[in-house]
Write a protein of this length. Structure first.
Length: 269
């Protein structure tokens, strides 16, 4: 059986316009979707209960990210805070591909490698300026270039950056994010926010599995001495606890996003 070779990070993040992304596009998509539902929560003046306190969902427009993204012009539709999963992928494409990515892709792009004629407008915080003799062949220029950066890497190792400091220079850099984790948190939170009052955490987990993976809804019976091999609530204790954790982490992520941080799920900043 033939397997498709996975692209390396540099190749995967380079677009047709030769611009390199600081973050995989899947993570950018989740950023845009979490931002969308956060705006929906803000419009509804929702308060999230967390650690025994009520926290009003309010995006801080003075944060650097939200000076660049016009939050008031995010499309009103489609709405993603809904229980129904139908048309989710179609709506995601409509919102992300046809709006968010077209308008804000540049914010996630690294500075571009290019030939320049004038040094006056070069941002020295974003660029290294290297001069190469014009008469050098490509082989000679490449050899010198590699040698220069090998020397620079030795210097960088001696003076390491502080923990948490990103090496990227895009306007929006999303680090420490995992596609599958964000997917689970998004949908668990979506279902939890749009459930009816009678739904339990097990029901939320069951509907998540049903909607995304087409698994049958979980049916449990009351535990009695006659319940035998039939599944009871106790058989799903780990799934219930993991759903509680996911809801809590999604709330933390959203409240931190309001402050211009994504995705941080372990503590409220």
């Amino acid at each position: 059986m033939a397997y498709r070779k996975r692209k390396d990070v540099d190749t995967r993040r380079r677009g047709h316009d030769d611009r390199r992304m600081a973050t995989d596009i899947h993570i950018c998509r989740w950023f845009s979707l979490f931002l969308k539902i956060t705006k929906e929560l803000e419009d509804r003046k929702v308060k999230l209960e967390l650690f025994g306190k009520q926290h009003l969902v309010k995006l801080n427009r003075s944060e650097n990210w939200f000076k660049k993204i016009d939050l008031n012009k995010l499309p009103k539709t489609p709405k993603f805070l809904r229980f129904e999963f139908k048309n989710y992928y179609k709506d995601t494409s409509s919102y992300f591909d046809n709006y968010f990515w077209l308008k804000y892709r540049h914010l996630f792009q690294e500075p571009k490698t290019q030939f320049i004629q004038n040094f006056n407008n070069v941002d020295m915080d974003k660029y290294d300026v290297v001069i190469v003799p014009k008469h050098f062949s490509q082989r000679e220029a490449r050899s010198d270039f590699i040698n220069l950066y090998q020397q620079k890497e030795v210097k960088l190792k001696k003076g390491r950056k502080k923990t948490g400091e990103s090496r990227h220079k895009a306007d929006i850099v999303l680090t420490g994010a995992k596609d599958e984790v964000l997917k689970r948190l998004f949908h668990i939170f979506r279902i939890s926010q749009t459930k009816n009052n009678e739904m339990t955490n097990l029901d939320i987990y069951s509907n998540y599995q049903n909607q995304l993976f087409k698994r049958p809804l979980i049916q449990v019976v009351r535990k009695t001495k006659d319940s035998g091999k039939e599944k009871t609530k106790d058989d799903y204790e780990s799934q219930i606890r993991s759903t509680q954790r996911d809801i809590r982490q999604a709330k933390i992520l959203i409240l931190n996003l309001c402050k211009g941080h994504f995705p941080i799920t372990d503590k409220l900043l």
